[in-house]
Design a protein around this ligand. Sequence first.
Ligand code: ZN
Length: 271
Amino acid sequence: MPEGDTIHRAARTLHAALAGKTVTRFETALAQLARVDDETPIAGRVIERVEAQGKNLLVHFSGDLHLRTHMRMNGSWHIYRPGERWRLPRRDMRLAIETAEWVAVAFNVPVADFYDSRSLERQEDLRRIGPDFIADAFDVNEAKRRIRERADMEIADVLLNQRVVSGIGNEFKSEILFMARVHPFARVADLSDEQLDAILSTARKVMRANVAKHSAARITNFSLDPRQTQYVYARGGKPCRKCGTAIEYAKQGRDVRGTYWCPKCQVRGKS
Ligand SMILES: [Zn+2]
């Protein structure tokens, strides 16, 4: 699944290219979108805003029309100049929004629907999304409250639950917990407020830094060595960059996601 920073970066790129521009052409391979386009054409509408909400990407059009897409595992948004060759085959295209200067193409998005503002507000799963680490406004107290509600759950699993907090994917989960020196299998109830604060502030800093960067390469380890881009993620069995202990790996949680940690640097109980 794409990390939250990927979605936010896509939303920022699309917003910069499309906001304020008029749609000159709309194309879709999805019946539910084609039906709306037939009844109330997308071409001629102005794109007002593109934004990320959790792992959803929302495109707001004039005339109270809103497109929601979710990328799940394989979906992606690309942006091209008109006539430029696409990097994925045409059969993977699900929808394309063209303006005079750009074509935004969604490939393999499994979820795509149009809404008016009332029906969009009624989308329960959008309403339930927890505070977003990448958003300009991040409600840290609400994030803490939602995390504390999951007292019996393991912290790494809680960080991936979009109903608790959003924006963190599986890779950053391991990195953030290493930086905050908290063991991924620690239960929420066993964390001190200081540990929770450390996790939240680290997550905010790391996720925001990755969105601000233009390149797609991710960095959590702010080392000068460009080869050292991760502390623990995908480094099972290799020496910890801080203490040299072998990095451990296990599957974790309801969704059986891979987790990496240093058994010496990261503590399970209160520090
Ligand atoms: Zn270590």
